[in-house]
Design a binder for this molecule. Structure first.
Ligand code: FAD
Length: 526
């Protein structure tokens, strides 16, 4: 039977390595490529203007590529569970295809839509291509639980073997018998919205450093991987948080929206490595992609992964509620130039280096401000182009030493850390031009500059630029003690109820050690 098919683009905003799209094209007479502006995911409280702009770029690029296959993208607004029944009837749909998505909201949404599809006699086909591996398989191989250490994760991967090879984008021959019925009013009814349509004031928008879309993703991939020596020698800790142009690939927004397939990324790096000496995980480029897989598995296997409470791997900490501190951090006015420069870059450009994320995340949580990592997670989600549910939650837990990383006594200094790679403070001068006339000696600590130096720099601390909101040397020591208490309480609680393992709560049959046991074992090893 020749199908009338909807291919539902959500993430996976690409044609290359898109097995669900290829499944749509099989036995297909009519194809409707659909993107739904779901108000749960896409609203102006969750998504900042830069990420909206990136998404619009992705959709335009996708529409452009679809046109080359004599098709078009249909952008529809509304809740998927309300949109689909109408589309099924209107277009007489017989098949629905989509890329599998493991986020909790996506899983429940897809369950509802699948039920509705079945009620309408629509066949549903989904394929795994947002991650390199099948997350459910990883969890199955690890006795029904998410691996909690990178080493354990890699051991599991060894049993699974090499990732699948990516598949090519559909060619015009693949669509020669397929029609996409489009009316003259297509743009009016199903066009891609502008930022203005979405209620944004675009007058304050900065330069678009990272335009969205598959073509740009593949171009950036080519550009990065052409530096073969750099790829082979890549070691993440050796890259710089404050270089003036990015010291890593900045492929994350493209991978997050699925403009770039993680499998394609993986195999292209493999090609570069071929026959050459190269760095290894966790620090290599392959290693970075495996961190992504690691957090995705954690997001699938650990309940309430984006929260502290009810999250069995997350240390429970008595974080403070301090809206003034939180606002100062978010709005880049902590009075600590390195932190404020990073937060300014984040607000303006939507991307910051991994180690810059380390610095501001540690500062917000266990280092200085003692604010719950969930608050930082929300701010990142809103401002980052690459905002990703699992990666954001997992990395925030790591940086706040709430899970995965336990050396809470190792705190980043908001002064010394940046100096290691940028003595002159050129990065600070770029993002905080107000401070650009300070001599290098004071750029990280302008409050220490004599009044005459502040006057000569045209910036008086306390008037033109804030005094530091905390004294790092004092507060960080106090916070280490608070963290020590939280860890002690965690150990005491687990001693009191040793059987309260998450696997037991989830009713997993195979006997396994509790998460706390495993964490403690890991601590000992380290
Ligand atoms: P590269 O070093 O070039 O790495 C290549 C790819 O590997 C990245 O594109 C990304 O897909 C993956 N990757 C790299 N580092 C990590 C990591 N630590 N964890 C998981 N995957 C990784 N990354 C996001 O994509 N979305 C987020 O919401 C996000 N939130 C974060 C929050 C905090 C507090 C921290 C510390 C890190 C967060 N990261 C997040 C991880 C990491 O900082 C970014 O993936 C990375 O900086 C992206 O830059 P890149 O593409 O140049 O990375």
């Amino acid at each position: 039977m020749a199908h009338t098919c909807i291919h539902w683009f959500r993430k996976g905003l690409r044609l290359h390595d898109n097995p669900a799209l290829m499944a749509a094209l099989r036995d297909c007479k009519e194809l409707y490529p659909v993107f739904i502006l779901d108000p749960y995911l896409y609203n102006n409280t969750l998504v900042g203007i830069n990420r909206w702009r990136f998404l619009i770029g992705c959709l335009k690029d996708l529409d452009c590529s679809l046109r080359k296959l004599n098709s078009r993208l249909f952008v529809v607004r509304g809740k998927p569970e309300e949109v689909f029944p109408k589309l099924f009837e209107k277009w007489k749909v017989t098949k629905l295809t989509y890329e599998y998505d493991t986020e909790p909201y996506s899983l429940s949404r897809d369950k509802t839509v699948t039920t509705l599809a079945k009620e309408h006699g629509v066949e549903v086909v989904y394929k795994i291509s947002h991650t390199i591996h099948d997350m459910d398989r990883i969890i199955e191989e690890n006795n029904g639980k998410a691996p909690l250490t990178y080493n354990r994760f890699r051991t599991i991967l060894k049993t699974i073997g090499n990732p699948k090879k990516p598949i090519p984008a559909p060619a015009i021959e693949d669509t020669k018998d397929v029609k996409t019925p489009c009316s003259e009013n297509h743009d009016k009814n199903y066009g891609i919205p502008t930022l203005e349509d979405l209620g944004h004031d675009t007058t304050t928008l900065g330069e678009e450093k990272f335009p969205g879309g598959e073509q740009e993703a593949l171009r950036r991939l080519d550009e990065n991987l052409a530096r073969k020596d750099w790829v082979c020698k890549f070691e993440k800790p050796q890259t710089s948080p404050n270089s003036l142009s990015p010291s890593t690939t900045v492929l994350s927004p493209y991978v997050t929206f699925g403009c770039l397939s993680a499998r394609t990324f993986w195999w292209r790096v493999t090609e570069v490595y071929q026959g050459k000496k190269h760095s290894e995980p966790p620090v290599s480029l392959h290693g970075q992609l495996l961190w992504r897989e690691f957090y995705y598995a954690a997001g699938v296997g650990i309940p309430n992964f984006d929260k502290m409470e009810g999250n069995p791997v997350c240390t429970q900490v008595d974080w403070d509620t301090n809206p003034e501190y939180l606002a100062a951090w978010r709005e880049a006015r902590t009075g600590l130039p390195f932190i404020d420069a990073i937060m300014t870059q984040l607000r303006q450009e939507g991307w910051i280096h991994h180690l810059a994320r380390h610095a501001v995340a540690c500062f917000l949580t266990r280092g200085d401000l003692w604010i719950n990592w969930e608050e930082g997670q929300k701010v990142f989600e809103y401002l980052l182009l690459d905002g990703d549910w699992a990666l954001n939650a997992g990395n925030w837990q790591w940086l706040s030493a709430s899970a995965f990383f336990h050396q809470y006594f190792r705190v980043y200094s908001p002064v010394a850390f940046g100096k290691k790679t940028d003595k002159n403070g050129d990065y600070i001068k770029k993002y905080l031009p107000l401070l650009k006339k300070f001599p290098a000696q004071y750029i990280y600590e302008p409050w220490k500059a004599p009044r005459s130096v502040q006057q000569a720099a045209g910036c008086i601390v306390g008037k033109d630029y804030p005094q530091p909101i905390v004294q790092h040397e004092v507060i960080s020591k106090k916070n280490i003690q608070r963290m020590k208490l939280a860890y002690a309480k965690r150990s005491a609680d687990s001693a009191e109820s040793p059987n309260e393992s998450p696997s037991k709560k989830q009713g997993v049959k195979r006997k396994a050690k509790s998460v706390i046991d495993m964490l403690q074992k890991k601590d000992k090893k380290e």
